[in-house]
Ligand binder design. Structure first.
Ligand code: 7TS
Length: 404
């Protein structure tokens, strides 16, 4: 794995900001896109653009075939048994709203008790919270310890309270914690709950096998895995998706329509109302092929080395406090420095060319849990280098000195 070669695929990285080389460490928010993905989307608009599924003409058939091929590629990438178990959405947030809406419409009894973890992104919290509140139900929360590790005993105790749905993140976007989801799914099933896994932060970093995990649903965003924005997906087991009612209504998702009655299309189309983002779906397929062109273990090793070097470098800074110190972690480092607001630190190192995210990272309850206003978060992708970690550490050091 030659990181310098990889970086040539990402022209956006090769630029100066405020006259300094850009050090892009905000990959948990969105990754940059390689040339092959940009070119795939461009090619689509240059040569193939057409609305799909409804045309008899050549372009429409070609675009439909390409779109359905992309669906098969996503299914293969996460080892879903059937391509129709992949629903294209705008991303994780839309997938989760689809689930919360459709499951509660399917069965109001299914939506009175939902168990989430204490480290969820708002996207995997608010839809469930709103759903149970509409039903007069209850949101249960599995707590974590001071290192950001989920308390499995407490999780089991919560399962005994009988949630119908368990929604958990695979990797925390604020703490970097990798949850033991296989075991958590097994336990949830033992207690008769359906399991939703939020894979927004795991797809780019860890291999996913939905059959091995045995999750009922798995959701993700393309833009966090080198694909364009505006595309993502939902995997669901056939027998569940078959039973679930549509989320949105309109074209594409219908079978027959009269003023009296509408029947719905088969899977996965019944969940894909309206014209989809075809170009982005093709870009997502190319992003998957891009990821698959590397030895994934080697990529993980590289990203782990970046995390380790960041922790080592930053830990020498006076007043440094890491938020999230789970032994199983992936892709990012969150921290604060005593007496310094994360926003001030982020703003100063930005002027040194270093792009990190500051704030609550759409996980306010995590900040409340740790009693802090926010963190500074450096998050990595395969194209980041140890030299960039050095720049980050020096920048944080300088900023801390200035702010004290
Ligand atoms: N779940 C997790 C774990 C996430 O990290 C994010 C986005 C989402 C859901 C929502 O994904 P979306 O693509 O639908 O927006 N996380 C972040 C972040 O950490 N910084 O910006 C977005």
């Amino acid at each position: 794995m030659d990181v310098n070669e990889i970086r040539k695929q990402f022209p956006v990285l090769d630029q100066l900001v405020y006259g300094k080389p850009l050090v892009y460490l905000d990959n948990a928010a969105t990754t940059q896109k390689p040339l092959c993905v940009i070119e795939r989307e461009r090619d689509y608009y240059l040569h193939e653009n057409c609305n799909i599924h409804r045309g008899v003409h050549y372009l429409s058939q070609m675009a439909t075939e390409a779109y359905e091929h992309a669906r098969q590629t996503v299914a293969r990438f996460i080892n879903a048994p059937e391509a129709h178990e992949i629903v294209f959405t705008r991303g994780t947030t839309e997938s989760l709203n689809l689930l919360a809406t459709s499951l509660s419409t399917l069965n109001s009894q299914l939506s009175t008790k939902v168990l989430v973890t204490a480290m969820e992104h708002h996207s995997n919290l608010v839809p469930w919270q709103q759903m149970v509140q509409r039903q007069g139900g209850e949101l249960l929360v599995a707590p974590m310890d001071d290192n950001g590790v989920l308390d499995l005993h407490a999780y089991e105790a919560q399962l005994k309270q009988g949630p119908q749905i368990v929604a958990m993140t695979h990797v925390s976007n604020t703490l970097g914690t990798v949850n033991p989801i296989k075991e958590m799914i097994r336990l949830a099933h033992q207690h008769g709950a359906l399991v939703v896994v939020d894979g927004a932060q795991s797809m780019a970093h860890l291999p996913i096998d939905v059959q091995d995990l045995d999750c009922d649903f798995f959701v993700f965003s393309g833009h966090k895995m080198y694909a364009p924005m505006g595309i993502g997906g939902l995997y669901g087991k056939t027998e569940l998706l078959e039973k679930m009612p549509p989320y949105q209504f309109g074209g594409e998702m219908v079978d027959t329509v009269s003023f009296e009655k509408t029947t719905f299309n088969k899977l996965p189309f019944k969940f894909e109302a309206g014209t989809p983002n075809v170009g982005a779906a093709l870009g997502l397929e190319t992003a998957i092929q891009f990821i698959e062109s590397f030895d994934r273990q080697e990529v993980t090793k590289h990203e782990d080395a970046l995390v380790a070097a960041t922790i080592e470098g930053l830990s020498k800074i006076e007043g440094m406090r890491f938020i999230g110190e789970a032994p199983e972690r992936s892709g990012l480092v969150s921290f604060i420095i005593d007496g310094i607001h994360p926003y001030d630190l982020g703003t100063i190192i930005d002027k040194m060319g270093v792009a990190v995210r500051t704030g609550h990272h759409c996980a306010e309850p995590v900040m409340t849990r740790f009693g802090i206003p926010g963190t500074v978060r450096a998050s990595f992708a395969m194209y980041n280098t140890l030299e960039e970690v050095d720049v980050l550490v020096k920048a944080v050091n300088r900023a801390a000195t200035m702010l004290r």
